[in-house]
Design a protein around this ligand. Structure first.
Ligand code: AMP
Ligand code: GLY
Length: 433
């Protein structure tokens, strides 16, 4: 099998790493890939993730049997529809299904149709309407741009004025362009968040173990929102014995509606959950693996990922093929100083081999490039140091121990990845919930 992975982050390095190990895989390409995908033996090809013509031509030329898009953009642009027209298997939803991530208004209407629990919300198509609704609903509330906004389109407004400023920014100043044609105003939910991902083949949804992301830049969930500064799996807030129930509540009803609409959902359906006192509620859907959740999830996944993905495309997923390592996996992201704002690129990176000498550790590259002078940074998130351990505390210790070996100027990482999970485990042990 010849495989093309689309994307250039830590998620894509992890996908390449896992797919390259799958029996029957003879070649892996990454478009555009990064320093890590190259070191894995994949051939990096300089085609961007939004260049559908270029990607289609590449897949045709190289006789690709399976395309695996990492990020949402090619999916919302219709890469699956394009590959299907070429007769090439592509692991993901078609453009219609990708609207679950590409339009928050669409996702809300699907959740309503499917009876999936979610925050109460209204969709507004004009500034006047948004202003009126804000006064109706009162603060605090969450303001969301409808479309893709690179993780920046969600504003938690503590006061009515903050909400009014946010809709002004989105709908009048058009901070996110056409992504702000519609705005969602949503009640503010309270609880602990969890990432819940299922592999889907159009009718079946097989849950992966839970994971937890760390979206804020700094320790104790302070600082600006990022793409994710670390993740671990499983998350004690969503234990293994609740995964089937969670799939029944948050994912399978959506699959039924998608099939009714003539667009059976294939790929990863990722429900961003808030575990509230009233039960789980869906904050958002993503239609792909999360980054960095993918890194710990794939560290634990056993079995032939290439075959599993191909089975998903062909509507024949078999739960017996999907097995998990009993360990806990935890990944810590090393980022360039300044991220998620502006940051320098081209910083030298050393110590990866020493980090990987720590037992159970794999270093995934997020934003790196191989230059004549060695490995250098090429993005805001640079590495994800990921470790398997016997339990959360062990995985955490191994990841941070390995991180000590990494040398990169002007970099930072969070010191508290996994802390919430460890607290929850301790509370459970002492008789709490
Ligand atoms: P989203 O892109 O919709 O997942 O939103 C990004 C982040 O904003 C989520 O991970 C939550 O931390 C937060 N968030 C979104 N919606 C809500 C809500 N209704 N209540 C509380 N927090 C929210
Ligand atoms: N880590 C969250 C995301 O990939 O959207």
């Amino acid at each position: 099998m010849r495989i093309l992975v689309i994307g250039s982050g830590g998620r894509e390095h992890a996908l390449v790493w896992k797919l390259a190990q799958s029996q029957g895989v003879s070649a892996v390409f990454a478009a555009p890939g990064n320093g890590g995908t190259e070191q894995e033996g994949a051939r990096n090809v300089a085609v961007n993730v939004d260049d559908l013509d270029g990607l289609t031509a590449l897949a045709r030329q190289e006789g690709i049997d399976l395309v695996v898009p990492g990020p949402e953009l090619p999916l919302t642009l219709g890469i699956v529809d394009r590959m299907r027209a070429e007769g090439i298997a592509c692991f993901g939803p078609d453009a219609y299904g990708a609207r679950l991530e590409g339009s928050k208004a669409f996702a809300k209407s699907m959740m309503q149709r499917a009876g999936v629990p979610t925050a109460r919300s209204v969709v507004c198509s004009s500034l006047e309407e948004a202003r009126r609704e804000i006064r109706n609903m009162g603060a605090p509330l969450v303001v969301k741009a409808d479309g893709l906004a690179a993780g920046k389109g969600v504003i938690m407004a503590q006061t009515e004025q903050e909400a009014l400023d946010a809709v002004e920014e989105i709908m009048a100043a058009r901070a996110f362009g056409a992504a702000g044609d519609l705005v969602l105003l949503e009640e503010c939910l309270e609880g602990e968040e969890a990432s819940f991902l299922c592999l889907c083949d159009g009718t079946r949804a097989l849950p992966l173990p839970s994971a937890q992301d760390h979206k804020r830049a700094f320790d104790h969930d302070l600082g600006p929102n990022t793409g994710g500064m670390g993740a671990y799996s499983p998350a004690p807030v969503l234990p293994d014995d609740r995964l089937e129930e969670m799939a029944d509540i948050t994912v399978r009803p959506i699959l039924r509606e998608m099939a009714k609409d003539g667009h059976p959902f294939v790929g990863v359906l990722y429900a961003g959950l808030m575990m509230t006192a009233q039960g789980p509620k869906v904050l958002e859907y993503n239609v792909r693996f999360g980054d960095p959740e993918c890194q710990p999830l794939l560290m634990r996944l056993q079995g032939n990922l290439a075959a599993i993905m191909l089975d998903a495309v062909h509507g024949r997923l078999n739960p017996a093929d999907l097995r998990q390592d009993a360990s806990t996996a935890l990944g810590v992201v090393l980022a360039a100083q300044g991220y998620p704002g502006s940051y320098a690129k081209g910083m030298s990176i050393d110590g990866i081999a020493a980090a990987e000498a720590v037992s159970g550790v794999k270093v995934f590259h997020s934003g790196t490039a191989v230059k004549s002078n060695g490995l250098v940074s090429s993005g805001g998130r640079v590495l994800c140091v990921t470790a398997l351990g016997n339990g959360l505390a062990e995985a955490q210790a191994a990841a941070y121990n390995a991180m000590q070996h990494i040398r990169m100027p002007d970099s930072f990482y969070r010191k508290d990845i996994g802390a919430k999970g460890i607290q929850r485990l301790a509370a459970r042990k002492s008789g709490g919930r």
